[in-house]
Design a protein around this ligand. Structure first.
Ligand code: PSU
Ligand code: MN
Length: 311
């Protein structure tokens, strides 16, 4: 059987893809492991509505009932949101096991990219990518997202990388993996809750049409993913110095409790949520929505550019 035999694509996503209409993939680890219930459910619904409002079809991706599901909605979205941390967190290495067992899983950036590419979706919106963890020189904890970006031809719109990570090392690995890092309207690589990190992006582009032009060429070259870094809206942004104390506390707590491996990112997000009295979650939701909007605009620009190419 081919990998595509495991795909279950919803009717509206299938129709849009067949017609060359814009589609935006959305991940589900952010639903199961990134946010508490019920805010995770309302976020997922609002993000889908925003993608539609900007002219594209949303395709939330998850692994459910032994299938690679593309275009999860309604009841299934509710199931994922309620399952929360009881669901699995699907990274690349977990896929076969999850399909074999039928266990429900939120897909990370890495697996969402894989499944999106399999379905023929080119644009994907998330919150922040995984990266090189602080202390990686000892722990070797480097997110599979960085490897996947190097090899899978999907453009990922994110708000940069969370400052719980080592951003300098994350950017170095992205360079090694051959991933173009574009700043959408910014020269500075954003740091999730903060608009800047002090590190430069590879290239700044200011319009969706300019990004789409680059993506079409990247695809012609048969190359891998592209990272589009879109800063959190000013109204919801933190000063880097204001969030750093909470990050340091969350990291210290993770260390004290011996949190390791795939539990690390969900633990840190949850701790920062508690330490900020829920404010980090409001910012997280705002930046995901902003990424969904920009991803839809890029998807619309890309499908119109591809449609106007000579056959
Ligand atoms: N961004 C968010 N919330 C999240 C994540 C990203 O706003 O929960 C998830 C993504 O699915 C990303 C994962 O792929 O965290 C990274 O996990 P790890 O560091 O274990 O690779
Ligand atoms: Mn990791």
């Amino acid at each position: 059987m081919s990998a595509k035999a495991y795909l279950s694509v919803s009717g509206d996503v299938k129709a849009a893809l067949a017609a060359g209409k814009p589609v935006v993939a959305l991940e589900s680890t952010i639903i199961t492991h990134g946010m508490p219930y019920p805010q995770n459910l309302s976020m997922a619904q609002e993000v889908e509505a925003l993608v539609r409002a900007h002219g594209a079809v949303p395709a939330t991706i998850a692994i459910m009932d032994g299938r690679l599901c593309v275009g999860v909605s309604g009841e299934d979205l509710q199931r994922l949101a309620e399952e929360g941390h009881k669901a699995a967190k699907a990274s690349r290495r977990d896929m076969a096991a999850l399909l074999a067992s039928g266990v429900m899983a939120g897909t990370t950036v890495a697996t969402t990219m894989q499944i999106a590419a399999l379905a023929g979706i080119r644009i994907f919106a998330t919150g922040g990518i995984g990266g090189v963890h602080r202390g990686a020189e000892d722990s070797f904890d480097i997110s599979a997202d960085l490897e996947e970006l190097g090899r899978t031809p999907v453009a990922v719109v994110c708000a940069g990388a969370k400052s719980i990570l080592d951003i300098a090392k994350t950017l170095e690995v992205l360079e090694t993996n051959g991933v173009p890092v574009l700043g959408f309207g910014t020269d500075d690589f954003p740091a999730f809750w903060a608009r800047t990190s002090g590190f430069k992006v590879d290239q700044r582009l200011d319009t969706a049409a300019d990004v789409a032009k680059l993506l079409a060429i990247q695809s012609d070259l048969n190359m891998g993913g592209v990272l589009i870094a879109n800063p959190i809206p000013e109204s919801d942004a933190w000063e880097a110095s204001a969030i750093e104390g909470f990050i340091a506390q969350a990291l210290a707590d993770a260390e004290a409790q011996g949190i390791k491996g795939k539990a690390t990112t969900p633990f840190l997000l949850q701790r920062i949520f508690e330490l900020t009295g829920g404010k980090s979650l409001e910012s997280n939701i705002a930046l995901v929505k902003n990424n969904a909007k920009v991803a839809a605009q890029i998807a619309v620009a890309l499908s119109s550019q591809l449609a106007s190419r000579p056959a």
